[in-house]
Structures are given as structure tokens and as C-alpha cells.
Write a new protein. Structure first.
Length: 136
């Protein structure tokens, strides 16, 4: 790691997130598969650290990390960065190709808006998403 003074790293987020949609035809079976892969000993051993170090407290007991480069990098990253995943700034309405982030970057890049207007655009969009998320 390079010496960056007191500032440590960027955001850290999960390498993989899995969910069962409300339209799933087999939600019980999907939940059983997820539990097997990410929570049971056999599934955890099969996956190992191929998808990163599991955050499931049951699965992590069964993943062999001795000599694992993935485990070594995970440990270094977790120690280095003070910033964890922010559930509000990761929302699709912000990150999508037509989302607030892209709109602000394009508006600034094409000279349609100045930096202050783009900053306001980002602040308004993030605040809107926080309000939406906390109202649910």
C-alpha cells in the first residue's frame, strides 16, 4: 500500500450480493440454495474463497484461508479503508446509466452545468434516495 497520509482508501463493499426477487417462482428452493452455498459447511467448502471471504459467520468457519491471497488482500483492505458500503449511495437510481451520478458527470463533461450545479444535483439526488429508502 502506498503512503497516503492520514486518508485511508476508498469504499469497501461486498463482492457479491444475492437476493430472491418477489417474482421468483421458487423462493423456498432459492433460499435453500443460498443457505447451502453461503451458510452450510459443504457449500462453503465448495466455494472456498472463490467469491471472496464469506461474511456469513457460519461459512467463514469452514473456508480454508491459510496461504490464501484472497484472504491476505481482504485483511489488508479491511485494515486500510475506513469506508464501508453505504446503502444509500449504492442505489440503482443513482448508479444506473440514466441515474443521477451519470447525469451529473455528463452535464459537467459537456459543459451544460458548472461544478456547483452538478454538486447540487448530486446532493438533491442522494437526499431523495435517502428519503425514499427511509420512508419504506
Amino acid at each position: 500500500m502506498i503512503n497516503m497520509g492520514e486518508y485511508h482508501g476508498g469504499p469497501i463493499k461486498a463482492s457479491q450480493v444475492i437476493a430472491i426477487t418477489s417474482t421468483s417462482e421458487h423462493p423456498v428452493e432459492a433460499a435453500a440454495l443460498i443457505q447451502f452455498l453461503f451458510g452450510d459447511e459443504e457449500g462453503a467448502v465448495i466455494l472456498g474463497d472463490s467469491r471472496g471471504i464469506p461474511c456469513n459467520k457460519n461459512a467463514v468457519k469452514y473456508v480454508e484461508t491459510e496461504g490464501s491471497l484472497v484472504a491476505e488482500m481482504n485483511e489488508k483492505l479491511m485494515a486500510w479503508s475506513a469506508f464501508k458500503l453505504d446503502i444509500f449511495t449504492e442505489r440503482a437510481a443513482l448508479k444506473a446509466p440514466d441515474g443521477v451520478y451519470t447525469l451529473a458527470i455528463q452535464s459537467l463533461s459537456y459543459g451544460e452545468e458548472d461544478a456547483a450545479a452538478c454538486a447540487d444535483m448530486l446532493i438533491d439526488g442522494i437526499n431523495r434516495e435517502i428519503e425514499t429508502a427511509t420512508a419504506q
